[in-house]
Design a protein around this ligand. Structure first.
Ligand code: G1P
Length: 294
């Protein structure tokens, strides 16, 4: 049994330009997979892993996220009046213990590392998790729980193999040693070109971090894409403490891309008894063989 991880950071300040115009007036983290927004899946995953404090690093135009995790008295009253118990219950699970959710503004979108650094005073000096809601992970045991169950100390990042031509979208791991699901890390590099990449093992958006990361982040050095990168702050920590990649069980969908969000929605819908038949029928009508060539 390792250290208890009590706090999680959810960076939700990103602009969501890839989904414009859908995300003009709505945060990208509120895009739904079937009937729940992406951020709710991430928060539920954290809660299932034993997280007690939820820290959102938000930005302008993100108040819908705060409202989502708060009471909506008129709606709740109306659902109760109409006897809609199931719908009412689906809202009540969103309400966390008073004082367990905080919102911090990242005034400028300077990168993932900067977003995490914005949470430093709320984290203090204890290990904490970071969850990127865009990385939707479908698994029987929630990914963060899988990681916390084996975490002892130091840094642990979720990893999976990606197509070699896509390594420039990720933080990539240079492997020192691999045993079962845990991978001892030799180096990390953010968004390398396929030529520079030491492997095709990519960091996926679930991290357990030692608070020492804030010292490295405080230098505010910009890296790939001119942004303050979390991966760059993690790099020196490889020499300071245990540093592992964790090959999680589950399927990850890149819900920062249109195709990934659609695929996640289809996968979740097909796994739900009340939706499967309808979705299969609808999909069979739109499969490629039935689409007229343009
Ligand atoms: C971020 C991280 C990257 C990681 C990725 C996972 O990149 O910087 O290291 O591999 O998330 O989704 P972003 O997707 O914000 O460009």
């Amino acid at each position: 049994m390792g250290l208890k991880v009590r706090k999680a950071v959810f960076p939700v300040g990103g602009l969501g330009t890839r989904f414009l115009p859908a995300t003009k007036a709505m945060p990208k983290e509120m895009l739904p997979v079937v009937d729940k927004p992406l951020i709710q899946y991430a928060v539920e995953e954290a809660a299932a892993a034993g997280i007690e404090e939820f820290i959102f690093v938000t930005g302008r135009g993100k108040t819908a996220i705060e409202d989502h995790f708060d009471h909506s008295f008129e709606l709740e009253y109306t659902l109760q009046q109409r006897g809609k118990q199931e719908e009412y219950q689906s809202l009540s699970s969103l309400i966390k213990l008073p004082g367990s959710i905080s919102y911090i503004r990242q005034q400028e979108p300077l990168g993932l590392g900067h977003a995490v650094w914005c949470a430093r005073h709320l984290i203090g000096n204890e290990p904490f998790a970071v969850l990127l809601a865009d990385d939707f992970i479908y698994s029987s045991t929630p990914c963060l729980k899988q990681m916390i169950d084996v975490y002892q100390s130091g840094v642990m990042v979720a990893v999976m193999n990606v197509e070699s031509r896509h390594v420039n979208r990720y933080g990539i791991i240079d492997i020192l040693e691999e045993s079962q699901k845990q991978i001892k890390v030799k180096a990390v590099i953010e968004k390398p070109s396929p030529d520079e990449a030491p492997s095709n093992l990519a960091i996926i958006g679930r991290y357990i971090l030692d608070a020492k990361v804030f010292e490295h982040l405080s230098r505010q050095e910009s890296g790939a894409g001119g942004e303050i990168q979390l991966t760059d702050a993690l790099s020196p920590m490889i020499h300071e403490m245990p540093f592992y990649g964790y090959r999680f069980d589950g399927v990850r969908y890149d819900c920062g891309s249109k195709g990934g969000l659609l695929a996640a929605s289809i996968a979740v819908a097909l796994a739900r008894d009340e939706l499967r038949e309808e979705v299969v029928n609808e999909l069979s009508k739109v499969m490629p063989q039935s689409i007229n060539p343009v």
